[in-house]
Ligand binder design. Sequence first.
Ligand code: ADP
Length: 191
Amino acid sequence: MGKAKIIAFCGIDGSGKSTQLKLMKDYLSKDARVLVAKLEYSPLNKMGDNKFLDLILKAYSGLRIISYYYSLQHKEAFDYDYILCDRHLLCYLAYAYAYDASHLNIIRDLLFMVDDPDMTFYFDVPVDEALDRINKRLVKTRNENVDTLTKAKEGYEQAMKLFKNVYRIDNNLSIEESFEEVKDKIKLLRK
Ligand code: ADP
């Protein structure tokens, strides 16, 4: 088998990315080698008051993100059949828009270094529904409020135009219905 197919799961917090990714991992793992890839590093948390330090952090964050996806594509891709990415460049651009974090625009300039995933799923869910789901979760992070999620959703609409092979999944569907749609699309890659 050749290089892994790279599949990205994107959407605002609470949209159901992790849920669908896990289902897909179990489904594909029956007869293929699957890597789940998640960039834990969060560049948005470390910014402070020092302009010079922030500038370094900006460049560093952008490069960290790009080099992570670059290495997935050039190293890990040879050891697996599928790489499922929990978030991808699309998500970082969407959140850059939400936070007015212009530093992440360095990613846009460096996009040419990383191929688009073979397939990207964007789980499109209304903000109030996403928040409802998040509020049922025990651990919360700072992104999860109406304003940020609304802006992130706008950011996704903008950033989606920059990527190929993005499928919008209406995640107002039940978990099972969404997974059926995702599975249907994945079949296109398996042929
Ligand atoms: P994300 O990874 O995008 O933040 P999760 O997959 O963690 O979202 O889902 C957030 C919560 O919403 C979880 O408790 C999950 O069980 C629930 N959930 C996910 N998809 C659906 C769905 N289609 N309908 C109802 N609840 C869902």
